[in-house]
Design a protein around this ligand. Structure first.
Ligand SMILES: [Zn+2]
Ligand SMILES: [Zn+2]
Length: 314
């Protein structure tokens, strides 16, 4: 079957955001005995998960297996957020920017693109983490000289094993998220995600890295420029899929329905950064430290709340 077959596919091209239409298309593919039905259904499932959803990487691994062998031209239509990974050898500036400046007309995106776990770059990254878990080097730069490193949008949860690493260098990465397991890198003193322009937030768990004293973070990616602080992505608790997870604050395992999911701006080493908190209770939200002067003074849900243009500008 070629890419031009089917009125439904043409409709999906025209209405890329129409989820119901995509579900109808998946039914149609299934009835046609087309294996892309399984991929499309899994894609729709993963697309509903927040980028920091626990075990999201396991869902992405299944999606990656289902993706194997499918025509890239079809995939570019179904997963437009990943289209650049086929067309370019480098990470593009995300659409949160317009001519190098943060857009004013909408909040930053919580980038949802999934990690391709079947690509060689990911497999090499996993190997590098395992090697580092054995060697425990002081400095770990897992993406340095990594072929097709632009395909890496997250770090694996196995970074939890890197308990002796003191410096994590992620310069120039295409990362859109860092997993909460970074909080288990308890010897971390220096974090350098500098020029990772698509990384707009960090997990609150990073505050467990108590020795972290030096960070080089592109605040331009997090807070825009001196004139303009972009709005935070809106958190919509009602849309959060229920899951069992550990509380970002007290580490208690609980049944999470996203009720206490908030943003807070706190100093992490050298920089003030937006942290995403998945708390178990109002008590844990209330126990969050106070943000520095000039930042939104309380935990909040993002959306229409603008971040005051303060902080270090990079
Ligand atoms: Zn962005
Ligand atoms: Zn808690």
């Amino acid at each position: 079957m070629s890419i031009d077959d089917g009125e439904l596919f043409t409709a999906v091209v025209r209405e890329p955001g129409d989820v119901a239409l995509r579900e109808v298309y998946a039914d149609w593919l299934e009835q046609a005995g087309d294996r892309r039905a399984g991929f499309l259904r899994k894609y729709l499932e993963v697309a509903r998960l927040p980028p920091d959803f626990p075990a999201r990487i396991a869902h992405e691994a299944e999606l990656s297996r289902l993706r194997t062998g499918i025509d890239p031209d079809w995939l570019k239509v179904i997963e437009p957020e990943r289209a650049y990974q086929y067309d370019s050898q480098s990470a593009p500036m995300c659409e949160c920017y317009d001519k190098g400046a943060m857009r004013r007309d909408r909040p930053l995106a919580l980038h949802h693109e999934s990690q391709d776990t079947e690509c060689d770059a990911w497999k090499t990254l996993l190997d590098r983490v395992e090697q580092a878990a054995c060697d425990q080097p002081a400095v770990f730069a897992p993406l340095r000289n990594l072929e097709h490193g632009h395909l890496i949008v997250t770090l694996p949860p196995t970074i939890a094993k890197l308990t002796a690493v003191t410096e994590l260098t992620l310069y120039g990465s295409n990362l859109v998220r860092i997993p909460p397991e970074i909080g288990q890198m308890t010897n971390l003193r220096e974090l350098t995600p500098y020029t990772s322009y698509r990384l707009h937030w960090l997990p609150y768990e990073i505050t467990r890295c108590r020795r972290l004293s030096n960070s080089t973070i592109s605040t331009r990616a997090l807070y825009g420029n001196r004139k303009h602080g972009p709005r935070f992505p809106a958190l919509t608790p009602g849309e959060y899929p229920a899951v069992t997870r550990a509380c970002s604050v007290c580490d208690r395992v609980f049944h999470d329905v996203g009720r206490y999911r908030v943003w807070i701006s706190l100093r992490v080493a050298t920089d003030v950064v937006p942290l995403l908190v998945n708390a178990c209770s109002v008590a844990c939200v209330d126990s969050l430290p106070a943000p520095p002067d000039g930042y939104i003074a309380t935990p909040h849900l993002g959306g229409d709340i603008a971040q005051p243009p303060l902080g270090r500008w990079g």
